[in-house]
Design a protein around this ligand. Sequence first.
Ligand code: NI
Length: 266
Amino acid sequence: MATSTPSLPAHQEEFFWHNGFLYLDKLISDDELSMFREVYDRLFDQRAGWDDGRQFDLGGTDVEGERPKLPQILRPSEYAPELADTEYLRKARAIAHQLLGGDLEDGNGEHMIFKPARHGATTPWHQDQAYHDPDKIFRSVNFWLPLDDATVDSGCMQFVPGSHRTSHVVPHHSIGSDPTVHGLEADGPDALAPYAVACPIPAGGCTIHAAYMLHYAGPNTSDRPRRAYILNFTATPQLREQPIDNYWMREKRTARMERERSATPG
Ligand code: NI
């Protein structure tokens, strides 16, 4: 069936390309939201993906017995098949298709970042592409859907409007300048904070952002958990003439990488 109705009205599409981000108050049904909460809690309680290096502390070093500050799961649908066919996935793909056109790669960017109540740490300023292949220029849309009302004090998303209008990756370093920590932070983050626009949104709403967007989420100082479920869609990337020198990734040596290596046959 041909659909000619775009998922986003023209003014939202324009806002997105001008600013590099957009927020949508409600994207999924309450039923799907309840299902996501159940699955989310189960996956973190059961430490799904830990042995494969797919669950780890984004903001710490995975020391046994220490409570993670920023637990993350990569590709959660591989541990919970009910996530493979959802309203969220369908709607997000349709929006990404409207914004990017053409063939889309998905799946690799699916992850969950959890900020436990009164414990979850800051997600420092970064560009997602600082983690990605330095040989490529990306065009992508990232969807960030909270399962709890996300406010400034629980760690909602914050963006620097317009910072997506580049394919440049600014220099990054590991959080705390510790290469055994997975997470990255852009150099000189204090210079970015004055330009930040915070995007509080209700549970089941969504923020989306473009490739190269500088973004941040504060610590969770509230009494509520901040559970975020993230999807990413990427158009076929272009090769760069000159690869980025991402020395911040080459120096990484995390416990997560060790577990991934031991779990991979051969
Ligand atoms: Ni990010």
